[in-house]
Write a protein that binds this ligand. Structure first.
Ligand code: NZQ
Ligand code: ZN
Length: 392
């Protein structure tokens, strides 16, 4: 087991009507003016935004609003947010939405607190010294940004999607009412469940020492999430299933499962980000589309780990050796993806990149072949090309 630090400062307010407490939560942060940041239509249509505004008004908290964040959030909106926040003297950002809205808020927060071009943060050109405080009202269980230290932004200039992590951006609070996710389209619900599982799987697949307790917790989270994902397919208004998934989303990505290991592989995420950046696909579905190909490509680096996953998570019978068990586990996961209507290839994802585009994706994924991604195998540009081709 490796040494670790565990820091998860976000206050979680979970359950029915949790959003009614948002005014009091913001007030407790002692800020003067809030920017409510939100997405396209859903929060407006459901009446959630009106309830949030009322909750702030009840506490006499001044606010301005900026909507229009799109999935795979863009730098143009971040720049708009920085400008508005400066003009309005905003000192707190309230993100009402999912990972895209929360990540856009984090990028705006970095731009203001560091008085810099926020894209430079994502390019590693700025030594980050802070972030404007952020609170989240979560409307989709997926990215885990409500408790994570990361954010991912797409720059339309070059269609580059880049992530950045620091504890500065961790939300002060996360308001999580599972009922707010009832209105999600099925595809978003299930893509979210897939992303949640992948945040745990990225950490589970590593090449270092592990902690038995955390291995067991991760395996339980994955089994539980598979059960409730299937429940939601048939019964999307099932409160308990929504709650199980929502909490799994936060635990998968708040750092708990980094404890005792090196933080995990993350190559599947890095490979997917180029699909999101260039083709604007839904993140969770993109992960499902490339995971099987990644797994087959790297499994011989650590068949024992894949075999443990196969038996303890996918419930397969051990085969003649670890490698054979590992393959059965990968096949079982792909069968699960098909059952929940997730893609297992880029074609099923709805994209058909040309060889030139695959080369570009692999190039972006590895910084022009200047670094590798993942730890099970260190994926070079040539490896990334091979995996994308396998995933077609
Ligand atoms: O814009 P609206 O109208 O709200 O529609 C959204 C959007 O189209 C809709 N939606 C959200 N809540 C809804 C709803 N529709 C109906 N009812 C509701 N209650 O869902 C769509 C997707 O929203 P989005 O915020 O994009 O989803 P998600 O939370 O999956 O976030 C995806 C983004 O997060 C990044 C991804 O790369 C992607 O850009 N990630 C962020 C991470 C982090 N910060 O830690 C980690 C992840 O690995 C991930 O990379
Ligand atoms: Zn993810």
């Amino acid at each position: 087991m490796l040494n670790f630090n565990y820091y998860t400062p976000t206050k979680v307010v979970f359950g029915t009507a949790a959003e009614e407490k948002v005014g009091a939560l913001v007030k407790a942060e002692g800020c003067k003016k809030v920017m409510i940041h939100y997405g396209g239509q859903s929060a407006k249509k459901s009446g959630l935004l009106d309830r949030i505004c009322k909750s702030l008004e009840d506490e006499n908290i001044a606010y301005c609003m900026l909507g229009g964040v799109v999935p795979n959030p863009r730098m143009s909106k971040v720049y708009e947010g920085v400008e508005l926040a400066k003009k309005e003297g905003v000192d707190f950002i309230l993100a009402v939405g999912g990972g895209s809205v929360i990540d856009s808020s984090k990028a705006i927060g970095y731009g203001i607190a560091n008085d810099c071009d926020p894209w430079d943060v994502y390019c590693g050109k700025v030594e980050v010294k802070g972030c404007l405080p952020i609170g989240a009202v979560l409307t989709i269980a997926a990215a885990g940004s409500e408790m994570s230290d990361s954010s991912v932004i797409t720059n339309e200039e070059g269609w580059l999607k880049k992530g950045f992590s620091s504890d500065y951006c961790r939300c002060k609070f996360a308001v999580m009412n599972p009922e707010l996710t009832y209105t999600l389209p099925e595809y978003q619900t299930i893509s979210g469940c897939t992303d949640i599982m992948m945040h745990t799987m990225e950490r589970y697949f590593n090449m270092c020492e592990n902690m038995q307790l955390n291995d067991g917790l991760m395996e339980a989270l994955l089994r539980n999430t598979m059960v409730y994902t299937k429940v939601l397919l048939n019964d999307p208004m099932n409160y308990d299933a929504r709650a199980e998934i929502m909490w799994a989303g936060s635990l998968s990505h708040n750092g708990l499962f980094n404890a005792g290991n090196d933080g995990g592989d993350w190559a599947t995420h890095r490979l997917e980000h180029e699909c999101g950046g260039m083709f604007d696909v839904t993140h969770g579905a993109g992960l499902a589309a490339v995971w099987g190909s990644w797994a087959r490509y790297v499994m011989d680096a650590n068949p024992a780990r894949f075999a443990k996953f196969a038996v303890n998570v996918m419930g397969v019978e051990p085969a003649a050796d670890d490698a054979a068990t590992a393959v059965k586990g990968i096949e079982a996961m792909e069968a699960f993806y098909r059952e929940i209507k997730m893609p297992t290839s880029l074609t099923e994802l709805g994209i058909n990149p040309t060889d030139e585009q695959i080369e570009e994706m692999a190039d972006k994924c590895t910084g022009g072949d200047t670094y590798t991604v993942g730890c099970m195998k260190k994926i070079t540009k040539a490896d990334a090309i091979a995996i994308y081709k396998m995933a077609k």
